[in-house]
Design a protein around this ligand. Structure first.
Ligand SMILES: Nc1ncnc2c1ncn2[C@@H]1O[C@H](COP(=O)(O)OP(=O)(O)O)[C@@H](O)[C@H]1O
Ligand SMILES: [Mg+2]
Length: 392
């Protein structure tokens, strides 16, 4: 038998937690890291390390101590230059050190997609000062979306619809940015018909795809997702072509969440995560292999013979609404009762130790094997709404 593979997981949120479960089922030993103790993934991992992953020296020390076979980032906020050094010394960074650097900087991945690969994207410009941003907005046109180049989950992101909103958008972006690069991207607003995440898996046997996932965002953060989503075969093929071009450029093995806007016949590349995607949590009920199973298999070099989709599926988030440490999550006994035969329901509670306004505390999942996605969405939302957070 091969020696147990050791995985150092950088980031221990809900996506990391499900990944730990998938990887451990395949026999891996997982060390879960994050900046606070008791994080969701740490609760199910073999070992935990608490430190700032933006601190290069601390990150290096943890890597030296554990000597992992694989370093698997779950979040963007990591001192990624350190990963490059370890990759150069033969350690496997998932999917590759370059992919982690490129995708944590919106401008770098945008240059690869739009300039190097020639993929269709929104019109865009960058700005490093308020004066530059005013000029960029004038050139790109309104409405436009302003985002810090280093940020995630909608942090610092806003839509500018009139001249009067420009200065506030700059201040908001600067306050929401991570890292030390004061730089924003100004993107033309795309009035898309719908947006999707195409889960794309780069394996030793080639690139494979899950059926497209539709989703709805608020404040730049995902609220519900569903799979499959109605899409023409031509649009699916075009999204797959673009996704393959990007993941082949980034290299390595693993699952990627590639985001597109679709408007009429146009498929417009937006951004991607080189790791499981929050909207992909619908695969916890929709497929035989979840996005976490697929990531684990691709990393460990295990076969993925077929991905089976079970039918109309949806996920809906369960959000907190205030800062609290004393709270209990209740109502599961009602939430898990389907409103009609043929509806299958499930729930994941993440067991985060504290709440914050809009913090994602869990997700409700629905599957209707012979139904449509609208009904599945409604069932997932209804289940999520029955879960209560009782604050003390
Ligand atoms: N140029 C755009 N036009 C229209 N909507 C956008 C645009 N950019 C972002 N959005 C909306 O904001 C969401 C979050 O933006 P995204 O670039 O994916 O940032 P994040 O890294 O925070 O996920 C998108 O899923 C989409 O709903
Ligand atoms: Mg996104």
């Amino acid at each position: 038998m091969a020696a147990t593979k050791k995985i150092l997981l950088l980031g221990s949120g809900e996506l990391g937690r499900e990944f730990v479960i998938s990887a451990k089922r395949l026999g891996a030993h997982v060390v879960a890291c994050d900046s606070y103790a008791g994080a969701p993934a740490m609760q199910v991992a073999d070992e935990a390390e608490v430190f700032s992953m933006l601190d290069g020296a601390a990150l290096g020390a943890v890597i030296e101590r554990h000597q992992p076979d694989f370093i698997v980032p779950e979040v963007e906020a990591i001192r990624t230059e350190v990963l490059k050094d370890y990759e150069d010394r033969g350690l496997s960074v998932v999917p590759s050190a370059r992919a982690t650097v490129m995708t944590m900087n919106r401008d770098r991945i945008r240059e690869v997609a739009a300039q190097e690969l020639g993929l269709p994207t929104s019109r865009y410009l960058y700005a490093e000062t308020l004066v530059e941003m005013r000029a960029a907005v004038a050139q790109v046109g309104m409405p436009c979306v302003v985002k810090p180049v280093m940020s995630s989950s909608g942090k610092g992101q806003s839509t500018v619809k009139s001249q009067a909103e420009v200065d506030a958008a700059w201040d908001y972006a600067v306050s929401g940015m991570r890292g030390d690069r004061v730089r924003v991207i100004v993107e033309a607003f795309i009035a898309f018909d719908y947006e999707i995440t195409l889960l794309t898996i780069r394996t030793r046997d080639g690139v494979i795809f899950c059926p497209p996932i539709g989703h709805r965002q608020e404040r730049g953060d995902y609220q519900e997702s569903w799979q499959p989503t109605p899409m023409t075969p031509a649009a699916v093929a075009e999204a797959q072509r673009q996704a393959k071009a990007v993941v082949d450029n980034l290299g390595g093995y693993g699952l990627f969440g590639v985001e597109f806007f679709v408007k009429g016949d146009d498929v417009i590349f937006s951004e991607l995560s080189p790791r499981p995607h929050d909207t992909g949590m619908v695969t916890l009920i929709s497929q035989n292999l979840t996005e976490f199973d697929l990531h684990a298999r691709a990393i460990l070099g295990l076969p993925i013979p077929a991905i089976t989709q079970h039918g109309a599926s949806a996920s809906a988030v369960i959000l907190a609404d205030r800062d609290a440490t004393g709270f209990t999550i209740a109502g599961l006994e009602r939430a898990l009762v389907p409103s009609a035969p043929g509806i299958e329901l499930d729930i994941r509670i993440f067991n985060k130790p504290t709440t914050r306004p809009y913090r994602r505390m869990g997700v409700a999942l629905a599957l209707i094997r012979d139904g449509d996605t609208d009904a599945a969405r409604m069932a997932a939302r209804a289940a999520a709404a029955k879960v209560r957070i009782d604050y003390r």
